[in-house]
Design a protein around this ligand. Sequence first.
Ligand code: ADP
Ligand code: MG
Length: 140
Amino acid sequence: MAIERTLSIIKPDATARNITGKIIDKLESAGLRVVAQKRTKWSTADAEAFYAVHKERPFFNDLVAFMTSGPIVLQVLEGEGAVLKNRDVMGATNPADAADGTIRKDFAENIERNSVHGSDSAENAAAEIAMCFKDDELVG
Ligand code: ADP
Ligand code: MG
């Protein structure tokens, strides 16, 4: 499988509990490498633009409120099959369904406050990375 890049976000529930290091440890231990990283806080417009694909979903407004409720950590991860590998390490959206050892199993509070985002395809990864970082902020 090819070397890929994917967008990862550590969400406000995790920054609030001071567990960004524990989450990054799981990602790095799985063979993913952080090639860009910044702690920031999204405006409502930022969150609405990022999650535009979900705007018709019943949870959209709550999700935007949650994602703007505190700091987040945006990161680009690189590695063999990084998109799928990151999704594997994250675990299922609902922590009740997440496999043992995954980030969401170990750290998520509920289906919304689930600690991490990860791109779901190579195409979406490229678009999400471009939304969050300039080219010269990626240092492989
Ligand atoms: P994933 O983050 O696993 O790719 P989705 O793309 O389906 O999941 O949803 C985006 C985010 O919206 C989830 O990570 C979660 O924070 C929130 N979310 C998804 N489904 C629900 C739901 N049924 N109720 C509340 N929040 C949800
Ligand atoms: Mg998704």
